[in-house]
Design a protein around this ligand. Structure first.
Ligand SMILES: Cc1cc2nc3c(=O)[nH]c(=O)nc-3n(C[C@H](O)[C@H](O)[C@H](O)COP(=O)(O)OP(=O)(O)OC[C@H]3O[C@@H](n4cnc5c(N)ncnc54)[C@H](O)[C@@H]3O)c2cc1C
Length: 393
């Protein structure tokens, strides 16, 4: 039987990060992905994700600060640029509910540089916007964009270059911990290419579970159930009109988040002459098996109308829509924790806002698996005890 120090299950961005940072600690690492590497069935594909320290919750601000250092080291190790810093704005409509309401207060307390602008000031600074008077704008210069698929591939490449063994198209069917400290048996099936019957069992001292929407399947036999809301999300790429094309370049147009009753977000042009935008938490609930990959015309219409009001460009073209998957925990908190009754199994769940933290998230999972501790404050990120069905941020 094959014996490893660490086994990572699920190679989206968080598992790929955990595999890299575990291998970086000179441990014998194996990692499994049920689909091909870089697939589009989870949460980590496509081009861009927002990175920011701009967060109303102090624990996330601190982790984001650590993550920026990890991103810099990752870029250095890879010899690749993964982040593009553009500056970013969070729009706070005063008469709507916003989970970002305490943003400025938190940024003050955490010493994050920012500017607070009224609507006139923001419209003047970025004439692309047409903000109504009731909107406050928080600008943070450190906000930017991570290249999503390039980051995932880079981490997998680096993990392999540090000796990690990666099995793609290999589904983990069962994770069976022995008594604490005695390791875990991992039963796998090689999928696809007519090799469905190829089953193998591996042993690892520790298992890191980064299986996002599929997590409860592996936890059920261990008597653990995490209350997760899973939904299909979508983002759309728009082509600005020729007249306004330059307006949306990253040196003129920031990453933006509309933090109101409904939350929308978007990017300047990035890698191609299009701007990407989407709605956060569209509440299109499903399971990965029920996912249709079919875009919702209603969501697209909602987004287009919002954009037409907030930064008009008559004649802007909708080029393509890409679907993705959100997996949300109660209160949208991260989970970074060993299982209480099975401490050799460590769970990492990013609650649909984890990309920006990925290198730090993966490093912390590796530290928990190998060192048994981390210097980061993860006290807020335990296994949730209470089930709730609705959570937004
Ligand atoms: C449209 C969209 C926009 C987003 N925007 C942002 C943003 O701007 N900023 C930000 O920080 N975050 C953002 N996020 C969230 C972020 O992308 C996710 O939090 C992150 O990608 C989650 O990564 P993951 O590795 O946990 O999950 P996934 O990428 O889903 O990876 C889980 C992997 O586990 C594999 N797996 C599951 N079960 C098994 C098994 N039994 N055996 C083997 N493999 C298995 C799956 O196949 C999958 O590859 C966004 C997400 C979406 C969908």
């Amino acid at each position: 039987m094959d014996q490893y120090d660490v086994a990572v299950i699920g190679l989206g961005v968080l598992g790929s990060a955990a595999a890299y940072y575990s291998a970086l600690k000179s441990k014998k690492v194996i990692a499994f992905e049920q689909f091909e590497l870089g697939h589009v069935h989870g949460s980590s594909h496509d081009t861009s994700r927002i990175v920011r320290t701009s967060n109303p919750i102090p624990e996330y601000v601190r982790l984001a600060k650590s993550a920026y250092k990890d991103w810099a080291e990752l870029e250095k190790a890879a010899g690749q640029k993964l982040l593009t810093i553009t500056g970013g704005v969070v729009f706070l409509p005063k008469d709507e509910n916003s989970q970002f309401r305490d943003l400025a207060q938190t940024l003050d307390a955490e010493n994050v540089p920012y500017e607070l602008l009224n609507a006139d000031e923001a419209n003047k600074r970025w004439p692309q916007f047409n903000l109504p008077n009731n909107v406050e704008t928080v600008y943070t210069p450190d906000t930017g964009i991570a290249h999503a698929s390039k980051t995932v591939a880079t981490m997998q490449f680096l993990a392999r270059s540090k000796g990690a063994v990666i099995h793609e198209n290999t589904r983990v069917d069962n994770v069976t911990p022995k008594s604490p400290g005695q390791g875990v048996a991992i039963e796998t099936t090689r999928t696809g290419f007519g090799s469905d019957s190829l089953k193998r069992t591996f042993q690892a001292s520790k298992v890191i579970l980064t299986t996002d929407a599929w997590t409860n399947k592996l936890l059920a036999p261990l008597g653990v159930h995490i209350p997760l809301s899973i939904m299909q999300e979508q983002v759309t790429y728009f082509k600005p009109t020729d007249k306004k094309q330059d307006w949306f370049n990253p040196d003129k147009f920031p990453v933006w988040i509309w933090a109101g009753d409904k939350s929308f977000y978007g990017f300047p042009t990035y890698g191609e002459p299009t701007i990407k935008a989407g709605r956060d938490t569209s509440n299109n609930f499903m399971t990965p098996e029920q996912r249709t990959y079919v875009q919702s015309p209603e969501l697209l219409e909602q987004l287009s109308s919002f954009m037409a009001r907030t930064f008009p460009d008559e004649g802007r073209q909708k080029l393509r829509t890409v679907t993705c998957q959100y997996t949300i925990t109660p209160d949208r908190q991260f989970i970074i924790s060993p299982l209480k009754d099975h401490p050799d199994v460590i769970l990492g769940l990013g609650a649909a806002h984890a990309f920006k933290f990925a290198p730090a998230f993966g490093r912390v999972l590796a530290e928990l698996a190998i060192d048994g501790e981390t210097a980061e404050d993860i006290s807020k990120f335990g296994i949730p005890k209470v089930a709730t069905s609705e959570s937004k941020l």
